[in-house]
Write a protein that binds this ligand. Structure first.
Ligand SMILES: [Cu+2]
Length: 258
């Protein structure tokens, strides 16, 4: 690792990540301009109003209305940034949420993510495409509360404290929840960060573009082993994913907890 690598996020590996990185870059550039501008203003003020050139204090101060107009100008620019850029960009992000069309080869992969102190678990519907019945009363037995009497759950895939797999170049929807305290599902290389909140199921979506092994970390201080709350997922080819999925699905869902 060179010094410069510590200053930047790890290499992006998702389709939308470039936009996130660009946004960060623009924010830093804006902050740099503001920092240099205010620093220059400060130095000019210190020089211009130095005591040797102004031996007597002026109790009236500014005589023009320039500062009032400047203030109105700044507020107008901020309204423009919010309504002209932020709102339309957010609308675009919301519109990009992947929708299933009924084609299992191209539909987004949907998984449930359950955070717990101090690990990550994943749940897929299995080869039948149907989620097994879930109930809070089974949550003591397995983190997803799967009912092992439900036939639809027999083939569900669950990855408890073990790596989960995703196919490359497919949209993924993760529904994030937590079984104890608030955690935060963070995939640094996918540029994904979403709080995991007990009692809520919050969707995030992304499309991995580079095969490899990646880390899930917790970005919300959640207890004494927070720093060790790491998970792993693998982005693999479509074929490798199908093979892994079929094997895991055959091994069974709810029954695998016993
Ligand atoms: Cu956590």
């Amino acid at each position: 690792m060179s010094f410069w690598q510590y200053l930047f996020p790890p290499a992006n590996a998702s389709a939308h990540g470039k936009s996130t990185d660009d946004l960060l870059l623009y924010l830093h550039l804006l902050m740099a301009v503001l920092f240099i501008g205010w620093l220059a203003y400060f130095l000019i003020a210190v020089f211009r109003f130095r005591s040797s050139a102004n031996p007597k204090a002026d109790h009236v101060g500014a005589r023009s209305h320039f500062s009032t107009y400047a203030e109105i100008g700044v507020a107008a620019v901020e309204v423009l940034l919010l309504l002209g850029f932020a709102v339309p960009l957010w609308a675009k992000a919301v519109d990009q949420f992947p929708v299933a069309t009924g084609n299992p080869a191209t539909d987004p992969i949907e998984i449930q993510i359950m955070a717990q102190q101090f690990a990550w678990n994943a749940h897929y519907p299995g080869t039948d495409g149907k989620w097994g019945k879930q109930d809070i009363k089974f949550a003591e037995k397995n983190p997803f509360g799967l009912d092992d009497a439900d036939p639809a759950g027999k083939d569900d895939v669950t990855c408890l404290r073990e790596p989960f797999y995703l196919p490359v170049n497919r949209e993924v929807i993760c529904r994030i929840s937590s079984m104890d305290v608030i955690h935060c599902f963070k995939l640094p290389r996918m540029r994904v960060t979403q709080d995991a909140i007990p009692g809520m199921s919050i969707p995030v979506h992304f499309k991995p573009t580079t095969p490899g092994e990646y880390m899930v970390i917790c970005a919300q201080l959640c207890g004494n082993l927070h720093s060790g709350m790491k998970g792993e997922f693998r982005v693999v080819s479509e074929e490798e994913y199908a093979k892994w999925y079929a094997e895991k699905s055959k091994a069974g869902g709810a029954s695998s907890f016993e």
